[in-house]
Design a protein. Sequence first.
Lengths: 715, 566, 97
Amino acid sequence: MTGLENATVLLLQASPGGYDPILPGLILLLPLLGFLANGALGLIGGVRAAEELRSGREPARHEGRPLTHTLPTWIGPATIGLAFVLTTANFMAMLGAELTDPIVRSYWMWMATGTLGVEAAIQLDQLSMIMMMVITGVGFLIHVFSVGYMKDDPGYPRYFAYLNLFVFFMLILIMGANFPMMFVGWEGVGLCSYLLIGFWFQDREKADAGKKAFIVNRIGDFGFLLAIFLLFVSFGTLDYATIFDQAPEVLTYGGGVATAVTLFLLLGAIGKSAQVPLYVWLPDAMAGPTPVSALIHAATMVTAGVYLVARAGVLFALAPVGAAAVATIGAVTALFAATIALQQYDIKKVLAYSTVSQLGFMFLGVGVGAYAAGVFHLMTHAFFKALLFLGAGAVIHSMHHALHATHKDWDAQDMRNMGGLRRYMPVTWVTMAIATVAIAGIWPFAGFFSKDEIIWYAGTAAGVGGGYGALFTVLWGMALAAAVLTAIYMTRLLVMTFHGSNRTGDAEASHLHEAPLTMIVPLCILAVLSVVGGWLNVPGSVRNSIFGGFGLLPMSDWLDRWLQPVTQSAVDIRVAELGGYASSAPVGGGHVLWGAIATGVALVVVILTARAVSRQKIVPATQDTVPLSGIRKHLYHKWYVDELYDRVIVRPVVRASRFSWRWIDQILIDGTVNAVGGVARGFGWFGSLFQTGQVTTYAFILTLSALAVLGALIF
Amino acid sequence: MTALLDAIGYDVWALHALIWLPLLGMLAVLLAPQERAKKIAFGWTAALFLLSLGLWWAFDPEGPLFQLTSRVEWIALWGVSYALGLDGISLFMVLLTTLTMPLAILGSFRYIRKHEKAFYALMLLLQTGIVGVFTSMDLFLFYVFFELTLVPMYFIVGVWGGERRIYAAIKFFLYTALGSLLMLVGILYLYAQARATGAPPSFHFLDLLGTPLTLTEQLWLFAAFALAFAIKVPVFPFHTWLPDAHVEAPTPGSVVLAAILLKLGTYGFLRFVLPLFPEAAIHPTVVMVMLTLGVIGIIYAAWVAAVQPDAKKLVAYTSVAHMGFVVIGIFALTVNGLQGGLMVMISHGISTGALFLILGMLYERRHTRAIEDFGGLARVTPLLATALIITALASIGLPGTSGFVGEFLALLGTFERYPVLAGLATTGVIFAAYYMLPMVQRILFNRLENPENRSMPDLSGREIAVLAPLVALMILLGVHPTPVLERMDPAVQAIVEYVDDANREGPLAAAARAEGERFAVEVGVGAREARDVPGAGLQRPATPESMDLVRSMHWPGTAGFPGQEE
Amino acid sequence: MLVEALVLSAILFVIGTFGVLLRKNAIIIFLCIELQLNAVNLSFVAFSRFLGIDGQLFVFFVMTVAAAEAAVGLAIIISVFRHYEAVNVNNFNLLKW
């Protein structure tokens, strides 16, 4: 710590009076260079593999090949690692500076017309900095993990190329200084998500999942675009600085424009962050490699919606309807997804619905105006959910090897085929257990602090005016229920996977093994972060209770204070219009009491669930023939939402498309065109009747006509 | 660079050379031995592209609107002149043409197997016609070039096309000719009206500009011109010739058709329809009809494209959707809308051209265009797959590619005036993914099942040379489009301002006439002269004195025209 | 004098016309066309007596053209004969659509 402080002091001396960004462009450039290098290597590998394929052989593995294995192994993680180092340096520098206004660096004029000027510019402030730390930090760990996880894959360099590109676009999303820049990152990460979900593209279902993710995301992007247009029409610019500065003057509080903008932004956020009703792509996105799920579909990309709401906090503060919609969507999603997670057997599907649910919590947080709380949960969630996914990845990796060794065609991801894995994978077990406790919200793990804060704010927001009290009370209740469900399904996952007796099979069990070092180390680091991550922002109101370690935890309210320059104006508007938060929950009780209730309930639920699940008789998936009934069946089938969408949206659109083609285009329009041609042909046919080919006939007609003309002239 | 160009007098001869040198190349191709025809054609067009690059520097974005102007009497009795000129809009259309031609020819080396000499001769003839259309300042000349493009395209589709080539070629020819004949009537009427004011006979655009017309006349003339251009664009519901022509045309034919010929229509709207009929152009009914047709085109064509079993037909329908963005951008009549429309035109030319080239390469390998015959190609042809993915993404407007800049600006510009219609049009970004991604998936992804696909060779060096510049341009224009946008800006501003002025100055066309003079004088000056006349450039406000000076010097009918004397 | 010449010219022209319309032999039709031309020539000459030399000038034009026409026409008839072994115009209907 002293070393870091020294560094901070040195940096402060170098730039007295403020924060001078250290090569911020390089943070962006490094992942891009990594993408280019790995992409080139991926193409080389692809071309070689294609040659082998053409000559009839199955492509060889990359492992051990210097060009397509060793180089990506270094380039991939190293570029992100360097970016993380640079980000940390910038973070330290910013820590030491009293930065009030964001720092904007413009590189070139991107789009300029007579009335519009959009620059390729980045913005560094407290919010983007904390996001950058999460992205490059967690991103680096996942890159390292991927080295072990993907080393056998024929697409190894291509994988790192996509992953690097993802980090690049994610950083653009975060660092962009105007809405179009954010949109570049927004769609760019969508592209990488598409490419990585469908990474094993020979598998039709995986390719379909990628496509689904892209198209559903584009529905959100449609909303985002409209919001951008509306903002431009209202402000004449798209730069954050100007818009957020002028918003209180330009937009009337609760006015139509502000509401429309926020609702359209919300649509974009719903798509990207997999909220109800557009969440359906995220569970399918689990088709991608597991580290991808950890990085993109848990820790970073899907949180972009939360970032968007936090970033545009001023706008949401000006549009109470929009903010309430965010909170409502969040709470509904949190509860809804949690119910589905209860009855899934695929380990990644459970985590996917868990992610959707946790994102709902974040939406609830930023929706009730607790921007820092939302971002706080975003950060802690990035730690423990990435850890859960990576742990699941280690499990799947091990299961896959075991099943592969005996050529058993069982599903390596089905928890019914696991059980008792803690004997074979102790480190994975311990780290995942920590993450489970963290996400369940038990003190003093990270999830406790962040989730508790969101629920607390949702509850206390209910106590204020503006006509939303009843709504927020309901949302608060839903959040509490979702928190309980979280503890249940996560405990179920942990117990089914690691405890009890092994169900993989005797021959296979001997092949189960702990993950290699490159995978273990990231797990351990994330486990530590899942514990201490929450201590960054111990609420001041509980600081001197047991939850704050009686004041021993040093960082109380740190994140709140850190983000204050970014969130202050939004909070000010909110307080001015709606009043502050109440000091107690809707049904009474202070923060300390509710913290105690939350952690106590969570603990009890975890214990009860653990006992219930271990008593349950679980059989491997292939032998599990007892049909589910009642609510469990509905949960297992995810409330039939996919089927509903298929029937109500997908099939009608496809049917309308076919109808348009067959009937409107081919028969109506083209038929008319051809009919016009046909009429012309008919006239031609009639005229051709006179063309006998006989010279005599022609001469006769000629003479008659000449006589007729002559006669007409004379008479 | 500018000094070098000045030293060789580039301004004076560049446009003439770009129009007529292809004809010389045609002669060279016809005289050459059969097996060398394609190489000569490629070399010739490539050299022309290099030559046309000089326009980038010769065109001064700070200078007057029309540059490199020249005017020579052609049929003096009727006032027909051989008048050329280049503004920020036509600059990029010419560059797009000269770039596409050599690439289309290079991409056809294996595809065209019969009558090679005739084919490449026709391609060069086509180039003459297209460059002529984009640089004509005289409506009569424009019409001649406009029709001239039809003939080679008719033969290219009809001789080297697929099974239903005769049907497609005749449909293409008759449909387009029908529209342009109505336009000819419109041109003649406009000419007659201009004569009726006592002005000397002239078909020159700047002379006809501001011709007094009643609103009814404007609407009728608008209809005549708009039909010709709407068929060419094509605007829904005049689009059904396009899928047929595209599917049957040989690869280079499809490329030229999509990349350039469709732009003739939108270019015509921008260059002629909006300024000549300013009242009709903002007439609420007209605007609503055009915008609605544009929006329908975007959504409807995307839907129809999505269910096509034939890859080439799919891409053909996407052209209709893309051109819908151009149409709404144009008729929203905002600076952003027009800029966006132009960017979509350029971007569509690059990305759809590349798509057709790639589909042609697949056809050469497998002799099929059916999507279902492919699958899993990313494993056997990684380079082709990479090119196809990037191109497809540019086509659906992913940010960072040229497609995004165009669609974003076009939609933004439309939103400024017609938010609801723009909102509907924005659903096009969803449907773009809906048609493009399944095609990409069914060609590149999924299991590699068909054994014939297993032995498919990847891109050859020649094919890489064809695709690489296009792919590079897609990304370059997506990341840094400003140099293009700022060159188009004066022309776009001038159109928007002119139409606004013409309408604001009162319903009387006479007022528009006065405005027309201002517009024409400012813009009609040749590049070099303009630099000598203070205040003549569009960027600098003109003082009344300088305006009088310019008017007395350059207004046709008083003291002749620049380029002729001085 | 003029009237007699014109009447003769008219009679010749009508004979020629009926010949063209009714006869089937290509050579005869050809001769009938010549007859028509010469009928016109006759009226030209007759008119030139009253209206000046232009009429006779035209006659020379007509005769020149007729000569050229005769050459081309006979060549066509011969080549047709070579093909069909006949000069009956009913046989020639290739021009039918």
